[in-house]
Design a protein around this ligand. Structure first.
Ligand code: PGA
Length: 255
């Protein structure tokens, strides 16, 4: 966590949540946010499934909570059945789009090149792309974690990155939904390597402003330790983002 970067606590609902969660989760969080007597020391975002986006947008209106989507297409529009354009996501109120999540890289065979196109589309529509990277357990065991992750950053992050249009999420695949988390030292080392790679391309000043989130079994019990690391600027939270008390507690741990 650094003075110059506002900690971002983003909830990735994945393929969870239905109509009940519009008020029960998003509305609940909005109530807690608007009930604060002082400005929160962090930014909160929720990323529900596509059909819920407009309803969640209403539920969090004027709460300061940002809306995000979980994917977009790399093209502006066209014959892409089942896909959603970045422009439409911006129209319904999204400020963020998660791209390149490891579940999409695995389930849908997304490549760095496709992820980069999606990130570019999100940025062109005026949103920030949350570009996800992370190594598998086998890659870590083989001593290749940094090489793999930095390679994904180079391949998936478009040119022209700024602190406003890019967030990177480091999510070790073996830590997602498993209850395992990276050690603080491993997380800090990887975040520093990611920032160094961004600095190589975009310059030190720009890299110093780009937020790098940690994701993978972040929960109230481990959030404070992870969020205190110098180059960890927030969390991308799956399971714990579905429970208002837990997600809120992670926000509190951020400051
Ligand atoms: P998790 O998921 O918090 O359930 O591990 C994180 C993510 O995949 O974004």
């Amino acid at each position: 966590m650094s003075q110059e970067r506002t900690t971002l606590i983003a909830g990735n609902w994945k393929m969870n949540g239905g109509l009940d969660e519009v008020d029960g989760l998003a509305g609940d969080l909005a109530g807690r946010m608007t009930g604060l007597t002082a400005a929160p020391g962090f930014e909160m975002a929720v990323c529900p499934p596509f059909p819920l986006l407009p309803m969640v947008a209403s539920a969090i209106e004027e709460s300061g909570i940002a809306l995000g989507a979980q994917d977009c297409h790399g093209n502006e529009k066209g014959a892409h059945t089942g896909d959603v354009s970045a422009k439409l996501l911006a129209q319904v109120g999204c400020a963020y789009v998660i791209v390149g999540h490891s579940e999409r890289r695995t389930d849908h065979g997304e490549t760095d090149e496709q992820v980069r196109a999606k990130a570019e589309a999100a940025q062109a529509a005026g949103m920030a792309a949350i570009v996800c990277v992370g190594e598998t357990e086998a890659e870590r065991d083989a001593g290749r974690a940094t090489e793999v992750v930095v390679g994904q950053v180079v391949g998936s992050v478009p040119e022209g990155a700024t602190a406003e249009n890019l967030v990177v999420a480091y999510e070790p695949v073996w830590a997602i939904g498993t209850g395992k988390t990276a050690t603080p030292q491993d997380a800090q080392d990887m975040h520093a390597a990611i920032r160094a790679s961004l600095a190589d391309r975009f310059g030190g000043d720009t890299a110093a402003g780009i937020r790098i989130l940690y994701g993978g079994s972040m929960k109230p019990g481990n959030a404070a330790e992870l969020l205190a690391l110098a180059d960890v600027d927030g969390g991308l939270i799956g399971g714990a983002s579905l429970v208002a008390d837990d997600f809120w507690a992670i926000g509190q741990a951020a400051g």
